[in-house]
Design a protein around this ligand. Structure first.
Ligand SMILES: [Zn+2]
Ligand SMILES: [Zn+2]
Length: 307
């Protein structure tokens, strides 16, 4: 689907007038933005460091460290597309990693303890009486089923696509880009996948094993890596597999929703992995601001969204 030319024009002119208004505001002064942005950045990074030191919570720091030590050299060695490490909108995506991750843990801390009452004792007993390897396999398949449908819904329901389109707006896919996500898109996925998992009562360790492995591999699926790993095509989601999900190619739209297991796309008719072509270019048809704050605000604007 692509937009009619007049819609494009309408969208651009309203963007322009908003932008002009912003530019004239007293708070848009470069020095004020630098001070406010700098204070927020120092505040959030400080909070991460304190959490890391006091709670042993090294998640975000480990993510950035693995990316810098492992993925940047890999992207240099075998790039999929030729692009600079300092590609456009890199700072925007770094801000997504730092702030959206911080916002993303809030519902886990405050909401999930309140939902404990949903847990079914009978189900918990049945599930936890099985061997651990079976529980891990079941947790993986259930998580993947939920990720598949949660993700597919964000493409189909217009109001959810507004928020998910932030993730798809990246034109330069690399390991940083995967973390570009609107917090409301993130909350939706956390609730959609988290609540059924909470009800079924899978052992937290099993979910962590699945989550940790998936999380590490996930760092490679957006990366600018030229490897094809054809033997994994129908077994596990690869870089090429997920890059097709981001492709602007008409045939690739609304395909390859799976987070880790291609079997979900095969089962539900959305598998797309042609042998004779490579994915790209990437992005969306509609306007998305290049700044972090602009991307947080954009889904709330009365703009025409299409996919
Ligand atoms: Zn998507
Ligand atoms: Zn993605």
């Amino acid at each position: 689907m692509s937009k009619a030319p007049e819609e494009n024009l309408a969208c651009e002119s309203s963007e322009k007038s908003d932008y002009d208004l912003w530019m004239k505001s007293w708070w848009y002064d470069t020095r004020i933005r630098m001070v406010v942005g700098g204070l927020c950045f120092i505040g959030v990074m400080g909070a991460y460091l304190i959490a890391a030191i006091e709670e042993g919570e090294y998640g975000i720091l480990a993510f950035i460290a693995i990316g810098i030590v492992v993925l940047i050299p890999l992207e240099r060695l075998m790039p999929r597309h030729s692009m600079s490490i300092l590609r456009p909108q890199l700072l925007t995506d770094i801000l997504h990693i730092v702030f959206t991750n911080f916002l993303g843990i809030l519902p886990l801390i405050f909401l999930f303890p309140l939902l404990e009452f949903l847990r079914s004792d009978t189900l918990v007993e049945i599930i936890q009486s099985q061997p651990q390897w079976l529980q891990i396999v079941e947790a993986l398949f259930l998580t993947e089923f939920l990720i598949y449908w949660g993700h597919r819904i964000t493409h189909v329901v217009p109001v959810l696509w507004r928020f998910h389109s932030v993730h798809h707006s990246v034109a330069y896919l690399d390991w940083w880009a995967g973390e570009r996500r609107h917090p409301i898109d993130g909350y939706f996925m956390v609730l959609f996948t988290g609540i059924p998992l909470l009800i079924t009562g899978f052992n937290l360790t099993d979910l962590l094993i699945v989550g940790l492995f998936n999380g590490l591999w996930d760092m490679t699926i957006h990366a600018n890596l030229g490897w094809r790993l054809k033997f994994m095509d129908r077994i596990w989601v690869t870089t090429e597999y997920h890059h097709w999900h981001h492709s602007l190619d008409k045939e690739a739209r609304d395909k390859n929703y799976a987070g880790a297991l291609p079997i979900m796309d095969i089962l539900f008719g959305t598998y797309h992995l042609p042998d004779d072509r490579s994915p790209g270019p990437y992005g969306i048809d509609t306007h998305m601001p290049s700044t972090y704050v602009g991307q947080l605000i954009q889904p709330f604007k009365a703009t025409q969204y299409t996919r």
